[in-house]
Every structure is written in structure tokens, then in C-alpha cells.
Design a protein around this ligand. Structure first.
Ligand SMILES: *[C@@H]1O[C@H](CO)[C@@H](O)[C@H](O)[C@H]1NC(C)=O
Ligand SMILES: *[C@@H]1O[C@H](CO)[C@@H](O)[C@H](O)[C@H]1NC(C)=O
Length: 183
């Protein structure tokens, strides 16, 4: 094997091992908040710990005005110093455009978002959305991997804030909290 390639392989393996061995993301809380109860309410929204290694997130949002018209979302990762302070841009996405373009985004947070939507929700399809929204048993270990492989963040307390918007009016918020530690 040429030296360059050997080095590259070594580098990849080392970095992967480093992230797998030394970093740990522990989900501590999830909050689902309705801003407009006539529009949406959450039937359930929780993190369940089955055992030490298997935790998952499930939620169901019951939608009362379907189909969704001009849905968009703003997504942001924050880190706690004294208070939660943004560490990523507040990315706003037009959900219909996002779901209809199969081009992958360059924004790492949106890559994770698309991957989650595809694997664990019933929303990975083109508009219109004319049904309730479900996240079904998304393992926190999966998020863990996604975050560690795609976003390189130092240890600390983090929050993922998402705001769900219809025709420029906020309807709901979902916030997920986690602690990132290095062993
Ligand atoms: C945790 O629970 C899952 C699902 O029931 C099971 O597959 C897994 O083996 C369990 N792990 C441990 C360490 O008990
Ligand atoms: C992100 O932007 C949206 C839309 O401008 C706004 O409603 C939301 O409050 C912002 N989020 C944060 C955490 O600043």
C-alpha cells in the first residue's frame, strides 16, 4: 500500500477509535411544547431507558389542521456556559423544499436531521403532510454516533432547540438536552 494511503487509513481508524472510546453523549431531557394547542398537541414525548445501553426517544404530535401549509423549522445547537449559547447557526429550513430536493446538504446539522427523518420518523417524504407526526424509538446511541462523527464538539452540556413553524408562525418547540463527556 502506498505510504500516503496507509497514513490516511491509520488516521481515519485512529480518529474513529478516539471518538468511539473517549466521547459519550448522555441524553438528559426532552421537552415538547405546544405554542398553539388548536393546531398541534403532543400525545407523548419522552426518553425511555430500557437498560444502561439502550435508551430511545419517542414522540407523537397530533395535528389538528391538515395538510400542513408552508411548514418550516429552525434548528440550532447550543452549549451551556452560564446560560445556553448558540454554537451553530440557527438554520431555518423550508420543509417542502428540503424534502423534495434529494441533494444532500452541506450543513452537518441538516445531514443529521435528514438521516434521522429517513430512519426513525414518518415524515421523510415530499409535501403535502396530511398526517400526525411520529418519531418511533429513535435510539440515543444512534444520535450519539451521528453527533460524534459529524460534529466535533468539546465536552459540555448541550441543547438542541427546534422550532416548528407554519406560514411564519411558530406552532411548537422541541428541545433535547444532553451531556457530552470524554472518558
Ligand atoms: C438492553 O435491552 C435491549 C432491548 O431489550 C437488548 O437487546 C440488549 O441486549 C440489552 N442490553 C443489555 C446490556 O442488557
Ligand atoms: C431561530 O430563528 C427562528 C426564526 O427566525 C426564531 O423564531 C427562533 O427563536 C431562533 N432560535 C433561537 C434559539 O434563537
Amino acid at each position: 500500500m502506498p505510504l500516503k494511503r496507509t497514513f490516511l487509513l491509520w488516521f481515519i481508524v485512529t480518529v474513529q477509535n478516539a471518538t468511539q472510546i473517549h466521547s459519550k453523549l448522555e441524553f438528559t431531557n426532552i421537552e415538547c411544547t405546544t405554542v398553539d394547542k388548536k393546531f398541534v398537541d403532543f400525545e407523548y414525548c419522552y426518553i425511555k431507558a430500557v437498560n444502561r445501553s439502550y435508551k430511545y426517544i419517542s414522540l407523537k404530535a397530533n395535528m389538528h389542521e391538515l395538510p400542513l401549509v408552508e411548514p418550516s423549522a429552525s434548528l440550532q445547537i447550543l452549549r451551556r456556559f452560564r446560560r445556553y449559547t448558540p454554537v451553530t447557526l440557527n438554520a431555518t429550513i423550508d420543509i417542502c423544499k428540503f424534502m423534495s430536493s434529494k441533494k444532500s446538504s452541506r450543513n452537518p446539522m441538516l445531514i443529521i436531521f435528514a438521516d434521522i427523518a429517513k430512519t426513525y420518523t414518518n415524515v421523510y417524504h415530499k409535501c403535502p403532510f396530511d398526517h400526525d407526526l411520529v418519531i418511533d424509538k429513535m435510539p440515543t446511541s444512534y444520535l450519539n454516533q451521528q453527533f460524534l462523527n459529524i460534529l466535533f464538539l468539546p465536552p459540555g452540556e448541550y441543547a438542541f432547540y427546534s422550532s416548528w413553524i407554519i406560514k411564519n408562525v411558530e406552532k411548537a418547540q422541541i428541545k433535547i438536552y444532553a451531556t457530552l463527556s470524554w472518558d
